[in-house]
Design a protein around this ligand. Sequence first.
Ligand SMILES: [Zn+2]
Length: 132
Amino acid sequence: MILEVKRNHLEKIRAEALKTRAELCGFIIGRIEGNKALAVEFRRARNVLNSAIRFQIDPQEFLRVLGEVENRTMDIIGFYHSHPSLASPSAEDEKFMSLWPDKIWLIVSSINGDARAFVYKGRIEEIRLKEI
Ligand SMILES: [Zn+2]
């Protein structure tokens, strides 16, 4: 699977990740076409934990965005968040990833700007991230 992301979207997330103290988090809104996931929009969400090492998206915000994308025939294809370390899933991430196996998880490192995408298929698998 490939996740296609617009370069300027990724640059914006990188810049925001470098600026925030708490982990940045949000939704990846887009479409899945066969083996290709196209990220149309990144919607930042409030990290209700306000933590530098963990995140949790406000459930109210989740429902609101879900309703919104349904009207636009799109989907929440995944989630993104930042790490104040490397862009690899933590044990905590793995727990949540296993609960949402059809979602893509994009992690951006706020120390080196690295971005990597993953899915959970019984175990964590990295997918190709293509900047377009
Ligand atoms: Zn994480």
